[in-house]
Design a protein around this ligand. Structure first.
Ligand SMILES: Nc1ncnc2c1ncn2[C@@H]1O[C@H](COP(=O)(O)OP(=O)(O)OP(=O)(O)O)[C@@H](O)[C@H]1O
Ligand SMILES: [Mg+2]
Length: 356
């Protein structure tokens, strides 16, 4: 007998409507196709799987369903820690769940806060400034071109070919537009010109895991327990010049069916090893568990030096389309196997016995 699993997600079709919603509102929420595919994957291993919408109704529905574990992909609806809301409810109900916890999900939804943690550990992330008003003076250490994006969105929301700004007037205009539209602080980062690679990882670090990265380049690097999927590179040459070599919202939504990429990305073995080590370090210092995807740019002006853009501890699981799923596919791992590998990692972490 398999486990009783509750699949928790926020479906686009159930999302609240509100006045003045931007056109891309709820672009990060999930489709029924994703939820049904996760359910089918879990059932293929003999588990029983039931979908529940991830909102306050869980307080009523979960105690009735009594799941052994929840498969959580909720992105949340409101507030600056929205991805952490459902995990917080689950912890209050004392029900185990897959994927990262409250602290990690609240941290990583906030790109500037995550960058502060990465910078503290000496991990490379582009220099940045956060703007709460469009007319704040620019830090004299930051040089144009800059890349401007919302602090707390995903799926390329607010990201287009125009996100690159070349002077103060463009910066001001872009900041004003994004603040008015997204009502949140806006992040301006050094624009890293170069290739774009994303790395997925499933599993958990074993051994003593301190939230610390050794400074010594030659110290043993802790990767044990992590299963790295092959790196995926976006093939910008296949897209119109309007996208400006940026992985835009349009590419992630409107044009997602026709995504152009290389997987595994053609990378020198040393560079791949460096990216895997950085991914493990990011996973570790952000407290991520079970699964994550880390996005990088390779600086063409500095010998392809990798810069961490962000970490996604709730990477998309749309079958055949999401980066993580494409990476698994390139490694010969089916969608069903990927989903169950995430579940198994969580079960091992929680000490939940899986019958053979
Ligand atoms: N500093 C930068 N320099 C160059 N390009 C950048 C920079 N920051 C972001 N980008 C571009 O914008 C895209 C979206 O940025 P980012 O990954 O931070 O946002 P996101 O919308 O949260 O993505 P996701 O869909 O992975 O959640 C990146 O994939 C990259 O193409
Ligand atoms: Mg990203």
């Amino acid at each position: 007998m398999g486990l009783n699993v509750a699949v928790l997600a926020n479906l686009k079709k159930n999302a609240p409507h509100y006045e003045g919603m931007p056109a891309d509102a709820w672009a990060d929420l999930d489709s029924e196709i994703t939820v049904n595919s996760i359910i089918a994957a879990l059932e293929s291993r003999g588990h029983r799987a039931t979908f529940l919408e991830g909102n306050l109704s869980l307080v009523e529905t979960l105690p009735k369903l009594k799941p052994d574990i929840c498969f959580n992909i909720c992105e949340g609806h409101w507030g600056d820690s929205r991805e952490a809301h459902v995990p917080a409810i689950l912890e209050m109900l004392r029900i185990p769940y897959t994927g990262s916890g409250v602290l990690t999900l609240a941290l990583t939804l906030d790109k500037p806060m995550t960058k502060r943690v990465l910078a503290f550990h000496g991990l490379p992330t582009p220099a940045f400034q956060v703007f709460e008003r469009a007319d704040e003076p620019l830090d004299p250490d930051l040089a144009f071109p800059l890349f401007v994006k919302p602090s707390r969105e995903g799926t390329g929301m607010g990201v287009s070919g125009n996100s690159i700004v070349h002077n103060k007037a463009e910066l001001h205009e872009r900041l004003a537009g994004l603040i008015a539209r997204y009502h949140q602080p806006i992040l301006a980062e050094r624009f890293v010109r170069g290739r774009e690679v994303t790395l997925g990882v499933v599993g958990n670090l074993t051994g003593p895991v301190a939230w610390r990265v050794p400074h010594d380049e030659h110290a043993p690097r802790m990767l044990r327990g992590l299963h790295f999927l092959p790196p995926l590179e976006v093939d910008f040459a296949a897209y119109p010049e309007s996208e400006n070599g940026v992985y835009t919202n349009r590419m992630k939504t409107e044009w997602a069916d026709d995504f152009h990429y290389f997987c595994p990305a053609p990378l020198e073995p040393e560079l791949l090893a460096r990216l895997q080590w950085l991914t493990a370090a990011v996973f570790r210092v952000t407290g991520s568990v079970d699964v994550a995807r880390v996005d990088f740019r390779l600086d063409a002006d500095d010998g392809n030096k990798p810069y961490i853009l962000e970490v996604n501890p709730l990477p998309g699981l749309y079958p055949g389309l999401s980066d993580l799923v494409l990476e698994a596919d390139a490694a010969g791992i089916s969608y069903n196997d990927l989903v169950n590998e995430i579940l198994d990692a969580a079960c091992a972490r929680h000490g939940i016995q899986l019958l053979p």
